[in-house]
Design a binder for this molecule. Structure first.
Ligand code: BES
Ligand code: MN
Ligand code: ZN
Length: 496
């Protein structure tokens, strides 16, 4: 069930709800909402602080049931950690913990005053937006492939209001739009590859477009059309799978007719076995997330449409499955890309760049875009370099890189830049084709981007390697929905 969000303007002690949420810092420092509730309740919170029952430690929480003098049935007191170290990341964390705690209560609605807490360097609108996205993130459950559960008798949290005045309404609406994009991306990426194959991704994109007005359209190229056009590199990757490849093209005309569109391109490998250069068995199941870039850019597209941004946007998703087969492409094959450049395949597991290069060429030729941003779970090397926290950002355009870093900072969906100097290009030299598809042991994230750069010459382009950030590791690791927030914010900033 998706949470419904709204704004609340009443005071915390007088609001009529199943639960009010207030924050308290470590060391017994009260937020203003906590102080108001406490004084109305004749020191009920204070007594629990003095007894040691409420510590204020970040993410801890305590429920007071039906305290006297307070209209709400319950008060959830959430620990904020020390006031001195309170920052944007902590704000996000406590909002997530608050929703988890609310989820354990037998209630269907609540009002949170955490959105009133001062966050250094951020304004009230940011607080509402971030709280909504954190709450939506925390309340997401993956259920698609479980046996349907009987509806439990206990009510489930369905509506959540945040303290905020009417100035925050626009930001609330924006956050709801972005949350929809994030949810779409998470759900698509979490689905197993026997459901989420290239045709499924194409169908989902079409279904979204069909539900919108005529500013939104979706066109899907199948393998026959791609053959005619010369997508030799993408089609080589697809050859080993019975699931035929697709090129999904979404267009949104929210801007003026003549305005050049912004373009997103996302890697949509619905399962990456490595192909003939087969991956080791351990952890191979995680390669169902190898369409995280596709999910992310479609999610960003959905957010843009839902926000009704006044700009033109295209979203191009090459989607294939990379499998070993008697008809698979093989190491040492030379393929001809849509751009005409020939590529020596030295490793069939470096397949992402081989589908992206044709999609990038197609995007540049077809749309003459203002800017192209691609997102891809492209390299294990990026995970080694930056871990699970930062998306790798590579671009030759300093201004574009700065825009994307800023959007990541704003949304806490952060990226970190790696160099894309031409010094690295020589690693892609081949004796048998214009370019090789791998660049050797060192700087693997960068040489992958160097490969893509050969197909974006003359374009204002940036590459996001989300191999470390698109999903949480582990057996129960879920797709994160990154980089939907970053992309959505970048588009918002383009309209400002
Ligand atoms: N999809 C993988 C990259 C990946 C690996 C993402 C692990 C997340 C976690 C990509 O297609 C791949 O296999 N890359 C190879 C490239 C190598 C053969 C040059 C890699 O990173 O090992
Ligand atoms: Mn691979
Ligand atoms: Zn891959």
């Amino acid at each position: 069930m998706t949470l419904q969000f709204s704004l609340a303007t009443a005071a915390p002690e007088t609001i009529d709800t199943a639960c009010v949420v207030v924050g308290i810092y470590e060391g017994g420092v009260f937020s203003s909402a906590a102080a108001r509730v406490d004084s109305a309740a004749d020191g009920a919170i204070k007594r629990q602080v003095e007894s040691g029952d409420i510590s204020g430690k970040a993410g801890s929480s305590t429920v007071l049931f039906a305290p006297h003098g307070v209209k709400a049935r319950r008060v959830l007191v959430v620990g904020l950690g020390t006031q001195k170290s309170f920052d944007a990341a902590r704000y996000q964390k406590v909002n997530i913990e608050a929703v988890r705690a609310l989820g354990r209560l037998p209630i269907d609605s609540a009002v949170s005053y955490l959105s009133e807490i001062d966050v250094p360097g951020r304004d009230a609108a940011w607080r509402v937006r971030t709280a909504v996205l954190a709450a939506d993130h925390a309340s997401y459950r993956y259920t698609a492939t479980f046996k349907p559960r009987e509806k439990s008798a206990q009510p489930e949290l369905a509506t959540l209001a945040f303290a905020g005045d009417s100035n925050s309404q626009a930001r609330l609406d924006q956050a709801i739009a972005i949350a929809e994009g994030v949810r779409f991306a998470r759900e698509l990426a979490n689905l197993p590859p026997n459901i989420c194959n290239p045709a499924y991704i194409a169908d989902q994109a079409k279904a979204f477009a069909d539900g919108q007005d005529d500013k939104v359209s979706c066109n899907v190229l199948d393998h026959v059309e791609m053959e005619k056009l010369g997508f030799g590199s993408l089609l080589a990757v697809a050859r080993g799978s019975v699931n035929k490849p697709k090129l999904v093209v979404l267009e949104y005309k929210g801007g003026n007719d003549g305005d050049k569109p912004y373009a997103f391109v996302g890697k949509g490998v619905t399962f990456d076995s490595g192909g003939i250069s087969l991956k080791p068995g351990a952890g191979m199941e995680e390669m169902k997330f190898d369409m995280g870039g596709a999910a992310g850019v479609i999610g960003g597209f959905i957010a843009a449409v839902k926000m009704k941004l006044k700009l033109n946007l295209v979203c191009v998703v090459p989607t294939v499955e990379n499998m070993p087969d008697g008809d698979s492409y093989r190491p040492s094959d030379v393929v001809t890309s849509l751009s005409g450049l020939t590529i020596e395949v030295l490793n069939t597991d470096a397949e992402g760049r081989l589908i992206l290069c044709d999609a990038l060429t197609y995007t540049a030729q077809t749309f003459q875009p203002h800017t192209i941003i691609d997102a891809a779970t492209l390299t294990g090397a990026c995970v080694i370099a930056l871990g699970k926290h930062a998306t790798g950002l590579m671009s030759k355009h300093d201004d574009l890189a700065a825009e994307l870093l800023a959007a990541g900072d704003e949304t806490l969906d952060r990226a970190w830049r790696l160099p894309l100097w031409d010094d690295y290009q020589a690693q892609l030299d081949s004796g048998f084709a214009d370019i090789a598809n791998i660049g050797g042991k060192s700087a693997g994230a960068i040489t992958a981007a160097c490969f893509l750069s050969r197909f974006t010459e003359g374009q204002r382009w940036a590459h996001l390697d989300i191999a470390g950030t698109a999903w949480d590791e582990g057996r129960k690791g879920l797709a994160t929905g990154r980089p939907v927030s970053l992309l959505a914010q970048w588009l918002i900033d383009r309209c400002a």
